[in-house]
Structure formats: C-alpha cells, structure tokens
Write a protein that binds this ligand. Structure first.
Ligand code: F6P
Length: 323
C-alpha cells in the first residue's frame, strides 16, 4: 500500500476530526501518501482530492465537525456516480479509501468495495444506529450537549412548575432520547421503537406533579410517531382538559456542533488508527467499530444488511427512576 485517501460523509459528528487525524498520521508513519477528499462522495465524484500532511491535521482534535467537509450525495447512489468516483480514485493513483460515517456512508463504502475497490469504514454517527459498533463516534458528545440543555430547562421549569418537551435527534433510532432521558432525569421519554401516545404522556406528567415534583420534562426522539410537532399539537388542542401546557424545545443540529469530549476524541483516534492497520492486514470491505469494548472489523456486507436494534431494558429503568 502506498497511497490512501480519507473522506467524511453524511451528518458530521464530533470526533470525526480525531479520526481523520489518526488516519493521516498513522498512514504517514507507515510510509504512505495520504490524501483527503472534500465533501464526502460529492468530492470523490468531482475529484476534489488533495494531499494531507501531518501539519494539515494539527490543532483539529478538539474541534467539532469535519475539516474535510461532508455531504449527502444523491449522485453517488447511482451506478454512474459510483463509476465516476472509481475513475477519480484510479486517476489519483489511490489504492484504498477510508470512509468515516454512518449508515448511508457505509452503504456507499460497501458499493465501492463491491466494485473491487479496497475500502475500510469507520463507525461515526451521533444516532448510534450503525450495525457493527456498540457505540459510534459523536454519540457521547451529542448526548452531553442534550444533557446540558435538559439541565437548564429543568431549572426554569422548576421555577414555574412548567412542563417541557425536548426533542433530540437520532434519525429513526431512540438511543439518544432514551439515554438523555435517563441521564437527565426526565419524567417521560418517547422513542420510535415503542409507541407512546400523547394521553399516556399526559398521565405520566400528571403523576410527576402528583408526586410533588415542581417540573415535568419529556424527552422525545425526532423519529417517534408523536415527535415534538405531534405532541405540541395534541397538547394545544386538549390543553384545557389535560390541565397544563407543554412547552417545546427542539435541539436539532445544536447537538451535532459540540466540541468532542474525551470519549469521542479517543474513540475517533482509536478507530482511525485501526482503519489503517486493517489496510496493512489487507482485509478490506469491513467496518471498524467497537464491540464489547474491543475494536472489531465487521464485513460491510453484514453492516448494510442488518439493522442495529435498540436494547429496550433501559426504558423500563427510565420509568422506574422517574417516580
Ligand atoms: O444522522 C445524523 C443526523 O443528525 C440525524 O440525527 C438527523 O435526523 C439527520 O442527521 C439530519 O440530517 P441533515 O443534517 O442532513 O438535516
């Protein structure tokens, strides 16, 4: 192996920069040339590819986002787009590609490896919904950002005896919402994996006031059937009967923009370094992730064919702890 490239794709995640830095510096230490691709698969198709040196990745480990830029590229989902990308890889003399990203990005990585191009994926998404890694780059920081918001909302909610609903990201997965609800001491949680209707939530909130609480916090996952919009609508329509108002805060992209904490810096570093080691072994077409506390390589074919399921046991715990 002489010449590799690295790209970040899909939603940016805090810790991606640590992974880029690790890929570049461990690649250079192996005596390789390392190139960066701007804006994910879009940059691969257009040939926006440049050489990266050790200094180019200096001072980035503490920064959120991705210095390479990212994109959701529809063109790469077509056969023509993929062939254009492959042609750019060949033109630049690139022998292997490291793809840092989540489900959509690893689907693209798998497609390239199906075209016989050596690819290694690195598990990165704040959603924690990627098969092949128990935890992905960005989750921990996004969770901490959510907690900071929930803690602050609780302060003002307690002062006014108000009920607040906080919507967190997670695509179709309830992991972020569930963990934020437990760690933030919320009174109720709504996730896509287990339907909860607004009336059941109202009962939980009433119980919180009944138990002498001065606040009532609901955490809802954006992918739930009754997300912030659905809940707000129901509570507004039935406010008189339900007996209280529900104020809504959508955290949205604020969660993705945080500076990575120590966990994501170390996870990004370890997974990025393991990706170049994987290229040395010569076994590609795999995703590098963390399974049972160990770095593990899972075939991309397996990653894209499976959906990671959410462990629902913490949901029962969340309800017990909310009393
Ligand atoms: O996959 C990460 C994520 O932040 C999801 O939680 C969210 O649904 C989505 O990306 C938002 O995508 P975009 O940034 O393209 O609006």
């Amino acid at each position: 192996m002489k010449r590799i490239a690295v790209l970040t794709s899909g939603g940016d995640a805090p810790g991606m920069n640590a992974a880029i830095r690790a890929v570049v510096r461990t690649g250079l230490a192996k005596g390789w040339d390392v190139l960066g691709v701007r804006c994910g698969y879009a940059g691969l198709i257009s040939g926006d590819i440049f050489t990266l040196g050790a200094r180019d990745v200096g001072g980035i480990i503490q920064r959120g986002g991705t210095i390479l830029g990212s994109a959701r590229c529809l063109e790469f989902q077509t056969g023509q787009g993929r062939l254009a990308a492959l042609s750019q890889l060949h033109q630049h003399g690139i022998e292997a590609l490291v793809v840092i990203g989540g489900n959509g990005s690893q689907t693209g990585a798998h497609a390239l490896s199906e075209l016989d191009f050596p690819v290694v994926g690195v598990a990165s998404t704040i959603d924690n919904d990627l098969y092949g890694s128990d935890i992905t780059i960005g989750v921990d920081t996004a969770l901490n950002v959510s907690l900071e918001a929930i803690d602050r909302l609780k302060v003002t909610a307690s002062s006014h005896r108000r009920a607040f609903l906080v919507e967190v990201m997670g695509h179709k997965c309830g992991y972020l919402a569930l963990m934020a609800a437990i760690a933030g001491g919320a009174e109720a949680v709504i996730i896509p994996e287990e339907e909860t209707d607004p009336e059941a939530v109202a009962t939980e909130l009433r119980a919180a006031y009944g138990n002498g609480k001065a606040h009532a916090i609901v955490v809802v996952a954006e992918g739930a059937r009754y997300n912030a919009e659905g809940m707000a609508q129901h509570f507004k329509t039935h406010q008189e009967r339900l007996g209280f108002e529900l104020r809504v805060t959508r955290l949205g992209h604020v969660q993705r923009g945080g500076a990575p904490g120590s966990f994501d810096r170390l996870l990004g570093t370890n997974l990025g370094a393991a990706a170049t080691d994987q290229l040395v072994i010569g076994e590609h077409g795999v995703l590098i992730g963390l399974l049972k506390g160990e770095i593990a390589a899972t075939p991309l074919a397996e990653v894209v064919a499976n959906r990671k399921s959410l462990d629902l046991r913490p949901l029962r715990l969340a309800r017990i702890l909310a009393q």
